[in-house]
Design a protein around this ligand. Structure first.
Ligand code: GLA
Length: 401
């Protein structure tokens, strides 16, 4: 019997591991997906637009309440037991910080938590730009909310998970990843306004159109907390400060159009600050590309969608400077492969994955081209993997047993 969207075989494996590890039968199951982002990169923390979708790579868990004030976690993907004291949660520089951070935020928000044992199984590759961290946060949040009978609306749950990553883990992320993990909808992308948090589900009839979305993991790992990500945020703030004397109404880059940016530059707003100008140009043109992509999807104009992906990549590479040679090589290989409509770096950058829109029948050719060309163009430094993704529903929790 499947539960919370976890298939029967996996649920059985998790249940057996939980019994063995904790000597108790699990009473609840939760699942939260990773995500792709079709377009809208580094726009979320500028209050802009994004267009992500939840994928069939996820974090599944089972859990059982326990006496006392400990949160204990075992993962089928990692050795050992994380045994955390709910009254003394501190970051440890480990994978379970994302779970501990969620518990810490729930406590900080005044919720009462009892002890919980959790057994986890993740299929979102780590550091690949697919939001393994948000999947972990959201699944654990769902489990803690259900186990403790808390009343927490979905939107608040997503925001709380974001705070966990910002304040506990120290990565100053936007809201995209947590939001899509909660609100994803099968065969739809989510057009999210990161200021108002208003959403529109945009149909992605890939199969009907004979198309597919493929993730290509560069094998180069990134780390948000590493500093570059947070630095980009500061550079955007600097651009806003430079623009404000001319555009006093703006709160952040979301409020600036590409034309206004160019006018301000022509008037000297960025004299001596070319870097801030280029960062801003990425953000304001990317917001425009998201809107263009949504309109193209609604019109079934996949060619325009693909062109927007390539344009997004060029902007991330040249203006925002978050790409690496390996990712550029993957986009180039995609470009040279017949049947590919568009491709770009996805997620925070500095490694991770590309997302590629292509004809379904072009998948084997693309995988073969990557296998042949990637090692040659990157001197064999990293290994790339290509896999198609299905678009699935957001996080679920269910009682079991
Ligand atoms: C990471 C962050 C998101 C977003 C992307 C870049 O995935 O978690 O909030 O900023 O990078 O678009």
């Amino acid at each position: 019997m499947s539960s919370a969207g976890i298939d029967a075989g996996r649920l059985e494996r998790l249940t057996a591991a939980h019994r063995e590890g904790f000597g108790a039968a699990p009473t609840l199951a939760a699942r939260a997906p990773g995500r792709i982002n079709l377009i809208g990169e580094h726009t979320d923390y500028n209050d802009g637009f994004v267009l992500p979708a939840a994928i069939d790579r996820d974090l599944a868990l089972v859990a059982s309440p326990r006496d006392g004030r400990r949160l204990r976690l075992r993962s089928l993907n990692a050795e050992g037991l994380a045994d955390l004291d709910l009254d003394a949660l501190r970051p440890a520089g480990a994978w379970h910080d994302y779970a501990a951070g969620v518990a810490a935020q729930l406590l900080a928000a005044g919720h009462r938590l009892g002890g919980l044992d959790l057994t986890l199984d993740g299929t979102v590759p780590l550091g690949a730009g697919l939001s393994s961290s948000a999947a972990l946060e959201v699944a654990v949040a769902r489990a803690l909310v259900a186990a403790n009978g808390l009343d927490l609306p979905d939107r608040d749950l997503a925001l709380l998970c974001q705070r966990a990553e910002r304040e506990f883990v120290g990565a100053n992320v936007g809201i995209m990843d947590q939001f899509i993990s909660v609100f994803g909808r099968r065969d739809h992308a989510l057009f999210l306004d990161c200021r108002s948090l208003a959403t529109e589900a945009v149909p992605l009839p890939l199969a009907d159109a004979g198309l597919a979305l493929a993730v290509c993991d560069s094998g180069v790992k990134h780390a948000h907390a590493g500093g570059e990500y947070n630095r980009r945020r500061e550079e955007c703030a600097e651009a806003v400060a430079l623009l404000r004397p001319r555009l006093p109404r703006i709160a952040n880059l979301r409020d600036v159009t590409p034309a206004e940016l160019e006018e301000a530059r022509a008037a000297g707003a960025f004299a001596g600050h070319d870097l801030a100008y280029r960062r801003a140009r990425h953000v304001v043109t990317e917001d425009a590309r998201v809107e263009r992509t949504v309109a193209a999807l609604r019109a079934g104009d996949w060619g325009t969608v693909g062109a927007a992906l390539y344009a997004s990549h060029a902007s991330l590479r040249d203006d925002y400077e978050v790409s690496v040679p390996e990712i550029d090589a993957l986009v180039m290989i995609a470009r040279e492969t017949p049947g590919v409509l568009g491709s770009r770096l996805m997620g925070g950058g500095f490694g991770g994955s590309t997302i590629t829109l292509l004809r379904r029948d072009a998948l084997p050719g693309f995988a073969a081209a990557v296998a042949a060309e990637y090692p040659r163009r990157t001197a064999g430094a990293a290994e790339a993997t290509v896999y198609p993704v299905e678009i699935v529903d957001g996080a679920r929790v269910a009682t079991i047993g």
